[in-house]
Design a protein around this ligand. Structure first.
Ligand code: NDP
Length: 399
């Protein structure tokens, strides 16, 4: 009997809940809790009532710990927002449950997400015999596992690593974000940053870009961004000399974003309008389409993967590991588009490997610190098959 609690009934929460329900041999009792109960009710209806639901404000440690105790769950999957990571970790420690998330903590008043808030919990989790698995989404998440897999099977050492995230999907709307707009826009409008020879190098937002021909999608312009998995990978992958992250955006998306930025709508600094104080980005979030509503509209594919350059038995090699995911196929299966799907499936797999014991180790861990093989196998079995391409190690185009 394994009871789990999923917190957050957004786009990703829907996929995790569906996917856990598809694996009843591991997840025997599922409770979905979120701030707005009606969102949990909708998902419960999709699953013919096979799950329990509850409402919770996960900003409140005590309230969350009380729910964990009431549900009597072994593990909590946090797919609320990065702002809730620490309160949910505290609640897990208090009530005695393992923890999984898909995004690292970010303070509300500062667009700065980092593992430095969560790594210090290592000893407290270890002392309680509990485990916290950080970043079990796609990127971070699967990209960390792809890196560990490349290192285990294809390269003796990885010298440079590029993570490439392409969303070749189109929802037909002038401007919308594929996941939570506030988190998404905060990530994109921040300075770009990559890591080389032990140093972080900053670049102005979206200033470094190049075309890349993605499998099944074709050529897209991709932009250098800071992304959270780099923080743990540069720490855990030995011999790494450089790591960069790239994401594709359409010209239309960037033009809209530029205008919104120019008029101050992406700012997280609260402004006063009459008696109300609110950050412009929260207003923007309220007027933009709900990412969950994009599911039925989005056509096309995502291609996310890693290109690692290094050496095997003294011979240079360049290995591309990637997954292609079709928005409409995801929607048919779980009523969500591929961005939520590619995050929710790995969250379920991370939880499953912890509960089956394959990845169970008290403390706070990142994905690349575990044997990648069972995770890679589970990806193929649960809707995210991957491919490997050997690229020319001497190609001049980089990556
Ligand atoms: P959504 O905004 O669609 O959903 C978030 C959900 O969390 C909503 O149901 C929201 O409730 C709920 N929530 C927010 N605050 C609280 C709270 N205090 N207590 C309880 N519930 C709360 O986001 P997504 O589903 O798109 O994203 C979920 C997470 O996944 C985010 O952390 C995101 O950063 C991460 N992510 C990770 C990716 C990866 O590859 N690693 C990729 C994409 C997303 P309400 O509806 O009431 O607001």
């Amino acid at each position: 009997m394994t009871r789990i609690l999923i917190i957050g009934a957004g786009g990703v929460g829907r996929v995790v809940t569906h996917k856990c329900a598809q694996n009843p041999e591991v997840f025997t009792e599922i409770t979905l809790a979120s701030r707005t109960l009606s969102k949990c009710e909708t998902i419960a209806r999709e699953l013919d009532g096979a799950i329990r639901i509850a409402s919770v404000d996960a900003d409140q440690v005590q309230e969350t710990a009380d729910l964990i105790r009431k549900v009597d769950c072994e593990l909590v999957i946090n797919v609320a927002l990065p702002y809730q990571d620490l309160t949910i970790m505290e609640a897990c420690l208090e009530a005695g449950a393992h923890y999984v998330d898909t995004a690292n903590y970010e303070p509300r008043d500062e667009a700065r997400f980092s593992y430095e808030y969560q790594w210090p919990y290592h000893q407290r989790f270890q002392e309680k015999g509990l485990m916290a698995l950080l970043g079990s989404g796609f990127d971070p998440g699967v990209t960390n596992v792809f890196t560990a897999y490349t290192l285990k099977h294809y390269l003796d050492r990885i010298e440079t690593l590029d993570i490439l995230d392409c969303n070749g999907g189109d929802h037909g709307l002038p401007f919308a974000t594929n996941f939570n707009p506030e988190i998404n826009i905060r990530e994109i409008t921040a300075n770009g940053r990559y890591w080389e020879q032990g140093n972080w190098i900053e670049t102005p937002p979206l200033s470094v870009h190049q075309p890349f021909t993605f499998p099944e999608v074709g050529e897209k312009e991709m932009y250098l961004l800071y992304h959270e998995e780099m923080e743990s990978l540069c720490r855990h992958i030995p011999d790494l000399q450089r790591i960069r992250f790239w994401m594709t955006f359409s010209e239309q998306y960037l033009n809209h974003l530029q205008v919104l930025q120019n008029v101050g709508m992406t700012s997280i600094e609260p402004i006063r309008i009459g008696k109300v104080e609110i950050a412009p980005i929260e207003v923007l979030k309220a007027v933009l389409p709900d990412p969950a509503s994009l599911g039925p509209l989005t056509k096309g594919k995502t291609v996310i993967g890693t290109i690692a350059k290094g050496v095997k038995h003294g011979v240079p090699r360049r290995i591309y590991v990637y997954n292609v995911c079709d928005h409409q196929e995801c929607y048919r299966e779980v009523h969500s588009q591929a961005v939520s799907y590619t995050t929710g499936v790995p969250a379920m797999i991370g939880a499953k490997l912890m509960l089956t014991g394959d990845w169970m180790r008290p403390g706070v861990w990142n994905m690349e610190q575990f044997d990648p093989d069972p995770f890679m196998e589970a990806l193929s079995q649960n809707g995210l098959p991957w491919q490997i391409q050997e690229l020319d190690p001497h190609a001049t185009l980089d990556p």
